[in-house]
Design a protein around this ligand. Structure first.
Ligand code: PEP
Ligand code: MG
Length: 588
């Protein structure tokens, strides 16, 4: 019998990304090794196998150079130099010659030969007396795995294939990784990097998976077999908790579930203040699969359908027909309530491999969203046409992301008119009165919202981006997350200006950024005159509860006071105080 190792409890603090409490075994990303079959090839296959190897080597080199650049920027050149050993191995003539000559001689698929050669290298190096050379084993192993992953086209572990219920631990997860998760086997996840409004965090909320991001070193601290508690409500993560800690969290979990259960009673009730002022609460979705949950939480409609997930985790682009089918289904399922389809918002932190979007130093400020669509009218028009055709099946609206000025908005509208005309020519029906909106998420659009309001039927304020651009704070960077402050007086003034401009022009205005779902801001936004709150399904009951516990006069007074403060600290303190007065039992 082996000795029992008593593991020490460790508490880490990160950024709460998705509410709820999860407890379970850790699953470390990147741990699993791909399996390679021993498959024979023919002489004709040889050139192709060599070409595949060359391509994988080029990709691996590119990947290592990117990592090196990142490490040099974030840590130091000395740290980045560690990767020189990796690059040297990639260029090592002996190594390459051995793989290619064995390939010609033995005629097995190139991944099989590669794994075997790497194993041999590791064996030879492990017998060396020189400590420095022995230490190179991990470099060889790492490079070997990277080449292999490129060869078999496996970039990351596929989280949809997890067999057990686990808590995923990773340095980072891309929104497309997260999109593959299922609630049944991913109990929660934790990452070293990321911010509260990163699309990875937003996706976790949609999937109702508790998550904490920005933990800085969790992926290095957690070991295989560790037990974790993830508290997505306050951002703490406990590694190997003691018995009494587990008990405490089990009680906490019960309390949280009771709280959620109590809120379910609000489902059928309107979002109406105590003095009869009504607003709308809609839901944000990333995929049509969320609709049952949206309906279960009592949403009035969908205020933001992020269509870009449609384009992810697949090899080709979705056809117009495929999109039409999906939008049609969503329209039917939600009818008579409206569904706001946002046109493709790729770029920023959302990428897809099938479109060759070049690497950019500053992707959030780069070729993304409407900028990309205007440059690729083929892709844009297919989507617009699919939305228009589906619009006869229910109540659809469409909106453009990242509008920065009037020219861009007019150009998008011109393309929309062209698509409408083409449909009319073909006698294809669509809703001639479909509402068209602009997302206001760039400060230039916010400042000129009075001008933009003349060209659209509604605005939707995208605070996730608006805040990052207004405050110059990258929304996915955990190091500066403390500066990402929705309660910044500048942010409040900008939002107020957008709402006022919309109302002066006679159009309605919604908000679909994460701020709309934070109950602390509900009285303030209500008092500013926001017409529609579009939030993650899980946030609907709480937001509704706050609205139903206040009068519009009270809300307006709260707004007036908030706008008179000069620091976010004062604003937050005041809002916390007010919220406790209005809904004492709320958990924030
Ligand atoms: C926003 O920016 O607030 C928004 C809703 O869009 P996204 O989060 O998809 O960028
Ligand atoms: Mg946005």
């Amino acid at each position: 019998m082996g000795e029992e190792i008593i593991k020490e409890e460790k508490i880490l603090k990160g950024i709460p990304a998705s509410p709820g409490i999860a407890m379970g075994q850790a699953f470390l990303m990147e741990m699993e090794e791909p399996t390679v079959p021993r498959r024979q090839i023919s002489d004709e296959d040889l050139p192709n196998e060599i070409a595949r190897l060359e391509d994988a080597l080029i990709q691996t080199r590119k990947e290592i150079l990117e990592i090196q650049k990142k490490i040099a920027e974030e840590m130091s050149y000395e740290h980045a130099e560690i990767f020189n050993a990796h690059l040297l191995l990639l260029e090592d003539k002996m190594f390459l010659e051995e793989v290619i000559s064995r390939l010609r001689k033995e005629k097995f698929i190139v991944e099989y030969i590669l794994v075997d050669v790497i194993k041999k290298y590791i064996k030879v190096f492990s017998k060396m007396d020189d400590e420095y050379l022995r230490d190179r084993i991990s470099d060889i192993d790492d490079v070997g795995k990277r080449i292999l992953r490129h060869l078999i086209g496996q970039q990351r572990q596929d989280l949809s294939k997890l067999k057990e219920k686990v808590i995923v631990v990773a340095y980072n997860l891309s929104p497309s990784d997260t999109a593959l998760m299922h609630k049944e086997n991913v109990l929660g996840f934790v990452t070293d990097i990321g911010g509260r409004t990163s699309h990875t965090a937003i996706m976790a909320k949609s999937l109702e998976i508790p998550a904490v991001v920005g933990l800085e070193k969790v992926s290095r601290l957690v070991k295989k077999g560790d037990y974790l508690i993830v508290n997505g409500n306050d951002g703490s993560v406990i590694i190997n908790p003691r018995e009494e800690t587990i008990k405490k969290y089990q009680e906490e979990l019960l309390k949280f579930e009771e709280f959620i259960h109590r809120l379910e009673g609000l489902k059928e009730l309107p979002a109406e203040t105590l003095d009869g002022y009504r607003v709308k609460i809609a839901a944000n979705i990333e995929s049509p699969q969320e609709i049952p949950s949206v309906i279960a939480h009592g949403a009035f409609g969908i205020g933001l359908y992020r269509t870009e997930y449609f384009y992810m985790n697949r090899k080709d682009l979705p056809s117009e027909e495929e999109q039409f089918e999906a939008y049609r289904r969503v329209a039917i399922q939600m009818a008579p309530h409206p569904v706001t389809i946002r046109t493709l918002d790729l770029g920023g932190d959302k990428f897809i491999s099938q479109l060759d979007i070049p690497y950019e130093i500053n992707p959030f400020m780069g070729w993304r969203a409407i900028r990309f669509c205007l440059a690729r009218p083929d892709i844009f028009k297919a989507q617009l046409s699919a939305i228009l055709r589906a619009s006869v099946e229910g109540k659809l609206r469409l909106m453009y992301p990242l509008i920065s000025g009037i020219e861009e908005l007019k150009q998008a509208n011109r393309i929309l008119e062209e698509v409408k005309e083409e449909l009319r020519q073909k006698n294809i029906r669509f809703d001639e009165d479909i509402e068209v909106g602009a997302m206001i998420e760039v400060p230039s659009a916010a400042v000129t919202s009075d001008i933009l309001a003349k060209e659209v039927d509604f605005f939707s304020i995208g605070t996730n981006d608006l805040i990052q651009y207004a405050l110059a704070v990258d929304r996915v960077n955990e190091k500066i997350a403390y500066l990402y402050e929705p309660a910044h007086p500048a942010v409040l003034r900008i939002i107020k200006n957008i709402i006022d401009s919309a109302h002066e022009a006679g159009i309605w205005v919604g908000m679909c950024g994460e701020m709309a779902g934070e109950v602390l801001f509900t009285p303030l936004l209500l008092g500013m005159g926001l017409d529609e709150f579009s939030v993650s399904a899980v946030n609907i009951p709480e937001v509704k509860q706050v609205i139903r516990s206040i009068t519009i006069t009270q809300a307006k007074e709260i707004t007036r006071q908030c706008l008179s403060f000069s620091t976010s600290e004062e604003i937050l303190e005041f809002l916390r105080l007010k919220l406790k007065e209005i809904v004492p039992e709320i958990i924030v």
